[in-house]
Write a protein that binds this ligand. Structure first.
Ligand SMILES: *[C@@H]1O[C@H](CO)[C@@H](O)[C@H](O)[C@H]1NC(C)=O
Ligand SMILES: *[C@@H]1O[C@H](CO)[C@@H](O)[C@H](O)[C@H]1NC(C)=O
Ligand SMILES: *[C@@H]1O[C@H](CO)[C@@H](O)[C@H](O)[C@H]1NC(C)=O
Ligand SMILES: *[C@@H]1O[C@H](CO)[C@@H](O)[C@H](O)[C@H]1NC(C)=O
Ligand SMILES: *[C@@H]1O[C@H](CO)[C@@H](O)[C@H](O)[C@H]1NC(C)=O
Length: 377
């Protein structure tokens, strides 16, 4: 008993110290932010927009693309610009032509790795070079085969949310990535009221649910805590990992209740992180319930559904609510072309077996893969 108390004591001291490391003296907003439930730049809650991050993991395919466009449905934010979702994409079976289409609908294209191989545990021990090949590889492949600007691909999510801590963040730093969104936060204290995204200038500060977590400092790189959702007695950082809703209205209520916990407390960005394939495709009512939830958000003039990177851009330049419409304006994108190429590989041309790949540009010589993301001969 005494030993347990001693351990608790040291744990408390340790936790206290690790949080005390980030202060308004060594981390000056808005360029830097500590982990806490306060809006950026000292904004009052009344002056703070409620941002919503809708993110999906995996390949964009003909199977899920229609579900995404069904949710988008020309939906707009209160300033009349299209809402923006975020796609953490891996290479296998990704349709780069459909990826191109989403980008030109003002959606964010982000990285989830080149290979995404199982077992998940292997991702805990990769080197900086391996992470560079995975994150940098899918970034290059997306830019090339979807024919979109590489500068727009700014975020990373570790496969299975399993990072290697410092090795992952060192690779991100070397690649100039802007943010990570891989680390859950499940504690009651930090999910109610929810904490805001923060920078790693003073190191990683929230829950380390899936170790290892980074120990070093990464000035200017943001982390977006995956603030957990609740449903009945389950808690989940990926929305599809909670107790599954069984009707349209249960789906709607699940999302709305969790949204309210953000909207009525700290207004920290509300994230719905989903692996869409199963959750939507095994039950159309979940897709309909999700849509109904978005319809409700669309009635609120202080709610903006924006890509994660643009939400963080706002945190670095936190304009009050009255100026937010202007901040999230939608200048036209410079259209690029997308040809209709279906590339087929087998035998020596693919390290992973027969594959097809849809591309906007001429087919590469071999199937793109980790270490050779452009499929050079
Ligand atoms: C969602 O995707 C599934 C699988 O492709 C499809 O059967 C269904 O019609 C889609 N629903 C909508 C509304 O797009
Ligand atoms: C991989 O990393 C995990 C988490 O840090 C650790 O528990 C495990 O022992 C490591 N495995 C190997 C083979 O190094
Ligand atoms: C949670 O917050 C309460 C009230 O601020 C505090 O008393 C408690 O120690 C916190 N618990 C943890 C695990 O941080
Ligand atoms: C979850 O809670 C709702 C009410 O919020 C209830 O109707 C439903 O039966 C519960 N589901 C389970 C599986 O407990
Ligand atoms: C793309 O090419 C395939 C055959 O190569 C054709 O069936 C399909 O209709 C084309 N799609 C478009 C959008 O042109």
């Amino acid at each position: 008993m005494q030993r347990i108390l001693v351990v608790i004591f040291f744990l408390a001291v340790f936790l206290h110290q690790s949080q005390a490391q980030c202060t308004t003296a060594n981390c000056v907003e808005p360029a830097c932010k500590c982990m806490n439930p306060s809006p950026p730049g000292g904004l009052s809650l009344a002056n703070t927009p409620q941002l919503v991050f809708l993110a999906f993991d995996g390949a964009i395919t003909t199977t899920n693309y229609n579900n995404y466009t069904f949710l988008l449905n020309n939906r707009i934010n209160p300033n009349g610009c299209p809402i923006g979702m975020t796609f953490f994409i891996f290479h296998e079976y990704n349709d780069y032509s459909l990826t191109h289409s989403l980008y030109f609908k003002e959606q964010e294209i982000s990285t989830h790795s080149m290979s995404h191989l199982t077992p998940a545990a292997n991702w805990a021990n990769k080197s900086v070079a391996e992470w560079t090949d995975e994150i940098g590889g899918i970034q290059e492949a997306l830019a090339e085969f979807a024919n979109i600007p590489v500068a727009g691909i700014r975020g990373a999510r570790a496969p299975f949310l399993q990072s290697s801590g410092d090795a992952t963040f060192t690779a991100m730093k070397n690649l100039g990535m802007f943010y990570d969104c891989s680390f859950p936060e499940t504690s009651v204290n930090r999910t109610n009221p929810p904490i805001w995204p923060y920078t790693l200038d003073q190191g990683f500060q929230h829950e380390c649910a899936i170790p290892p977590c980074p120990k070093n400092k990464y000035p200017g790189i943001w982390t977006v805590p995956m603030v957990a959702l609740n449903r009945n007695d389950t808690v989940c950082s990926m929305a599809d990992a909670c107790d599954k809703p069984n009707t349209l209205d249960e789906t709607y209520q699940y999302l709305l209740d969790n949204f309210q916990r953000h909207y009525t407390t700290s207004k920290a960005p509300f994230g719905i992180y989903l692996t869409a394939n199963a959750w939507f495709q095994e039950a159309d009512y979940r897709l309909q319930g999700y849509k109904k939830f978005l319809d409700t958000l669309s009635t609120k003039d202080d709610v903006y559904i924006v890509p994660i990177a643009r939400g963080l851009d706002w945190m670095k330049n936190p304009k009050p609510l009255a100026e937010v419409g202007n901040f999230f304006s939608c200048p036209p994108l410079t259209q690029t072309s997308c040809g209709n190429y279906t590339c087929s590989y087998e035998g020596d041309a693919s390290p992973v077996g027969p594959r097809n790949m849809k591309s906007c540009v001429t087919c590469p010589d071999v199937y793109p893969w980790t270490g050779n993301p452009l499929g050079l001969p």
